[in-house]
Design a protein around this ligand. Structure first.
Ligand code: COA
Length: 331
């Protein structure tokens, strides 16, 4: 790295992992009063993946990380920062990131978890980017991994049908003044994070280690309220992210949104004037995998070679907290 040149974080690899078991909407019809038609119409979800008994968040995260390392063509020993965004850690402590680190055979570096629910991956990207920019790490493994199905109340049809399990991983490397073919700065251009704890009740679990010792709790959600906040807060953080980079909506090449609900995704795409083929959508097959949804979508898009060097890729997410954020990357 040239002394005096501020480094930027460049994506050098993406990976993902989905459990083997697929649960279609129709499979839920026998255990709760719901229908494939209702779920598809209100959410766009057709199926979700569910982790096997004994399959842990760290197992999913390690598989996704291995895929990302293979994609980047680097060894785990080159990673010096592991950040896992998760709401469903293997253990209350230590951090799932340390299990991932050990599982990959790493014996050094920094490893910790980030808890921002469905915004977790955007939060983790921002944190890792800051570590890389100040030179505290060089190669970061940023993971979103969830066994969210374990937090669901399967008797609550209003929330249980929405979520699934999975993991995605991105490798970031600090590079001095990286540029695309047209001389424009590439890598993470900016990140924008927000939280407002007044809205805890909109989306939360009814337990946790401190409030209900011995019981982790299950998801409680006011769907309509979350929907309303999602539309309003995602619009405002996207405007903020574009303004920070002096980008017009027409200059966004790809929207990679958190995959919660097809109607929210389509609304954001319309607002940006993006045609459907420029929006990465996985919610139909993955459902909402919380912190894993964006890195899984990135994995899918990169496997299909959809992004070209120099493309502007916009990530946005909202989740419990409420927390929300965006990240602008020039690929
Ligand atoms: N199957 C069938 N009917 C269902 C159902 C299901 N799975 N879930 C709820 N319903 C019923 C409700 O009980 C209600 O019936 P009622 O009118 O007899 O009381 C009716 O469908 C409408 O419910 P409502 O909650 O108003 O529907 P909605 O159009 O708001 O859609 C969500 C519900 C959850 C799909 C929608 O609010 C949503 O997607 N919100 C955002 C949630 C989210 O993304 N959370 C994660 C953020 S990270």
């Amino acid at each position: 790295m040239n002394p005096g040149t501020a480094p930027r974080s460049v994506v050098i690899g993406c990976g993902g992992y989905l459990p083997a078991k697929v649960v279609a909407n129709r499979d839920l019809e026998s255990s709760m009063e719901t229908s494939d038609d209702w779920i598809v119409e209100r959410t766009g979800i057709r199926q979700r993946y569910i982790a096997a008994d004994g399959e842990l968040t760290s197992d999913l995260a390690i598989a996704a990380s291995r895929a990302a390392l293979a994609d980047a063509g680097i060894d785990a020993s080159e990673v010096d920062l592991v950040v896992v965004a998760t709401t469903t850690p293997d253990q209350t402590f230590p951090a799932t990131a340390t299990r991932v680190q050990a599982g990959l055979g790493m014996v050094a570096g920094i490893a910790f978890d980030v808890q921002a629910v469905c915004s977790g991956f955007v939060y983790a990207m921002a944190i890792a980017d800051n570590f890389l920019r100040v030179g505290q790490a060089r190669t970061a493994l940023v993971i979103g991994a969830e066994t969210f199905s374990r937090l669901l109340d399967w008797s609550d049809r209003g929330s249980a049908v929405l979520f699934g399990d999975g993991a995605g991983a991105v490798l970031l490397r600090a590079e001095a003044d990286p540029r695309d073919g047209q001389g424009r700065p590439r890598g993470i251009l900016s990140t924008h994070l927000h939280a407002d704890g007044r809205f805890n009740e909109a989306l939360h679990t009814d337990g946790g280690p401190s409030s209900t010792p011995g019981r982790v709790g299950v998801v409680k959600m006011n769907g309509r309220e979350v929907f309303r906040h999602a539309v309003e807060k995602l619009s405002s953080v996207v405007e903020e992210a574009l303004a920070a980079n002096a980008l017009a909506p027409s200059q966004v090449d790809w929207l990679v949104p958190h995959q919660a609900n097809r109607r929210i995704i389509d609304g954001m795409a319309r607002k940006l004037g993006l045609p459907p083929e420029r929006v990465v959508v996985t919610v139909d097959r993955h459902a909402n995998t919380s912190a894993a949804s964006i890195p899984l979508a990135l994995w899918e898009a990169t496997r299909e070679r959809r992004f070209a060097r120099g493309d502007v890729v916009l990530l946005e997410a909202i989740g419990g907290g409420l927390t929300w954020g965006a990240c602008v990357i020039r690929w």
